[in-house]
Design a protein around this ligand. Structure first.
Ligand SMILES: [Mn+2]
Length: 293
């Protein structure tokens, strides 16, 4: 019998421009498009911020939900279960990959392919908006709020040479400078359009596999063109094609070094004709049927 794909919902939008991404996993869990596919899925948990937290700062609230997520993910990785995280805003990544780090860091480094319209590599010093969903990649590499760089371990969870970004087309100076200084490979949208998403993804996977025991994929839905994925917190024109992203993921899903995946930033209040919801159901289908862990 096929093992189930474990899903964890990160029902938090605290760190976003609006808080509606927190509703994303709740909509996906009940989505008829997903239910009708009859996939081998098991929802392990939907993580939600505690109510009555007005005394806490945003980064402290995010720390709480990320800690909970990190514990859940660490357990799944320990038992070699297949998993995918449903966001929620992109700070889920801090919890997800801190959890993977917790279980695997004794064995070696982990890699990450970050597919996103943005760089998500701000620190509190460089951010213009103050939104923490623009900071998770920097946090994972050890830069930013101490509350978020110390989830489970007070150590960087990712080494810059084991990280690649794909699809970037909207960013600010401070975060671009950080990635440049750290020598992180960024595939900007122009390069992806010129070469095609699939060869770029394959090259990125090679790079994040080279010095690691395994890698993950963190897919921000805003990487995809808003005409195909309008239900996101911060849409950006001129994005990736949904069919290419699906085809690319299909090809890497059978890679034994793939540890887990994450699909984030779904804002159901901005979706049009369930386009984004259907796309997410299709992505989950690709992951559930092909992940060979
Ligand atoms: Mn993002």
């Amino acid at each position: 019998m096929q093992h189930p794909l474990y899903l964890i919902g990160y029902a938090s939008g605290i760190a976003g421009a609006s808080c509606h991404t927190g509703e994303g996993p709740l909509v996906i869990q009940k989505s008829p498009f997903l239910l009708n596919m009859n996939l081998p899925l098991q929802w392990k948990k939907i993580i939600q911020p505690l109510q009555q937290q007005s005394l806490l700062r945003d980064d402290e609230m995010i720390r709480q939900v990320c800690l909970e997520l990190a514990h859940e993910v660490a357990e799944l990785v320990r038992y070699k279960q297949r998993f995918s995280i449903m966001g929620g805003d992109h700070t889920s990544a801090i919890g997800t990959w801190s959890g993977v780090y917790d279980t695997l860091h004794d064995q070696g480094n982990i890699g990450l392919v970050w597919i996103d319209a943005h760089m998500d590599s701000h620190t509190p010093e460089t951010t213009e908006s103050g939104h923490i969903h623009g900071m998770p990649l920097a946090s994972l590499m050890g830069y930013g709020y101490g509350t978020l760089t110390s989830i489970l371990h007070d150590a960087p969870k990712l080494q810059p040479e084991n990280v690649c970004l794909i699809g970037v087309r909207s960013f600010e100076r401070g975060e671009a400078e950080l990635l440049k200084r750290l020598n992180v490979r960024v595939y900007f949208i122009e390069e992806v359009k010129e070469r095609g998403f699939i060869p770029v993804l394959q090259e990125a996977v090679q790079q994040v596999s080279r010095h690691t025991i395994g890698y993950g994929i963190s897919l921000d839905l805003d990487s995809i063109d808003p005409s195909e994925a309008p239900g996101v917190d911060v849409p950006e024109k001129n994005g990736l094609s949904a069919s290419e992203v699906c085809e690319g993921l299909l090809q890497v899903m059978s890679d034994p070094k793939l540890i887990g995946t994450e699909i984030v930033e779904f804002d159901p209040t901005r979706d049009k004709a369930h386009l984004t919801e259907k796309l997410i159901a299709n992505l989950i289908k690709i992951i559930a049927n092909n992940d060979k862990l």
